[in-house]
Design a protein around this ligand. Structure first.
Ligand code: F6R
Length: 242
C-alpha cells in the first residue's frame, strides 16, 4: 500500500477529494464506494466544496454504501440510508436514484446480501472505495472472524463497535446489534481502495491491518492482498507503523 501521512483530517479530505474529482473527470459515471462514520466526513465536505466551486457534473456518479444497520427504520436519522443522504447525496448533489445502501430490513435476511452483490456487479463494480477502520480492526462492518472471501451478508456487531458508535445514539441500548455489510471479498473487488484513519485510537488497528499477518482475525489486513491501496492517515494513526 502507498501510505500518505498528512497533518490532519482536513488535509486528508482534500487529498482524497482530489482523487475522486480526477476519477469523475475521467469517468463521469464513476462508481464510488461510500463509507459512513466520522472518518470520511472531511472528504465529503472537501468534495462538496470543489463540486460547487468548479461546477463539476456529478449527475451520473453512482454509489454503493458499505453497510447498514439491521432493524433501524430506513428513515431513522442514524440509519446509514439517512446518513448517506444527509452527508453525501444532498450536499454533493448526487442523483439519489444512483445511490445504493444495503437493505437492513430484517425480512431480507436471506436475500438482501445477494441482491446487493448483484447490483454492484451490474454497475460494473466499484471504482474507488473509501474505507475507515474500526478499533476492532473491521472494514465495512466485517468484524474479527470475517472470511477473506465474504460477500454482503448479515453480521453481529461486537460490543466494542456498539460502544464506539453509541455516540450517534442516545444510549448504547439503542445501537443495533446486527448489520448488513459488504464482505471482505466484495471490498477486495473494488479497483482502488482508499483507507483513512485519524487519531491514536486507530493506530493499533491500522498497524495490524497494514503490517500484521493477513488474517480473518484482523479483517483490515485483507487490504494487503489488494494491488491498489492508498492509505491516508495523520501522524497519530500512523504512530504504530514500523
Ligand atoms: C462505516 C464503516 C466502518 C467505519 C469504522 C470507523 O460505513 O463501514 O468500518 O469506517 O467503524 O468509524 P469512524 O470513522 O466513525 O471512526
Amino acid at each position: 500500500a502507498e501510505v500518505v501521512i498528512v497533518p490532519d483530517a482536513a488535509a486528508a479530505g482534500s487529498v482524497v477529494a482530489d482523487a475522486i474529482v480526477a476519477l469523475i473527470e475521467r469517468r463521469p459515471d464513476a462508481v464510488l464506494g461510500l463509507a459512513t462514520g466520522s472518518t470520511p466526513l472531511t472528504t465529503y465536505r472537501a468534495l462538496e466544496t470543489r463540486i460547487h466551486a468548479e461546477s463539476i457534473d456529478v449527475s451520473r456518479v453512482r454509489g454503493f454504501a458499505l453497510d447498514e444497520y439491521v432493524g433501524l427504520p430506513v428513515d431513522h436519522p442514524e440509519s446509514y440510508h439517512s446518513v448517506i443522504h444527509r452527508e453525501v447525496v444532498e450536499p454533493l448533489g448526487l442523483d439519489p436514484a444512483r445511490i445504493n445502501v444495503p437493505n437492513g430490513d430484517p425480512s431480507g435476511i436471506l436475500t438482501s446480501g445477494d441482491e446487493y452483490e448483484a447490483a454492484i456487479l451490474a454497475a460494473g463494480g466499484v471504482d474507488l472505495q473509501i474505507l475507515g477502520i474500526g478499533t476492532t480492526g473491521h472494514i465495512g462492518f466485517n468484524e474479527p472472524g470475517s472470511s477473506l472471501a465474504s460477500t454482503t451478508r448479515w453480521k453481529t456487531l461486537t460490543e466494542q463497535t456498539r460502544r464506539d458508535n453509541a455516540r450517534f445514539f442516545d444510549s448504547i441500548d439503542q445501537v443495533p446489534t446486527h448489520c448488513i455489510t459488504q464482505g471482505l471479498g466484495t471490498i477486495m473487488r473494488a479497483r482502488h481502495l482508499v483507507l483513512l484513519a485519524f487519531g491514536e485510537g486507530k493506530a493499533a488497528a491500522l498497524a495490524d491491518a497494514l503490517e500484521g499477518p493477513v488474517s480473518a482475525s484482523h479483517p483490515g489486513s485483507a487490504v494487503q492482498l489488494h494491488p491498489h491501496v492508498t492509505v491516508v492517515v495523520d501522524e497519530a494513526a500512523a504512530s504504530k507503523l514500523g
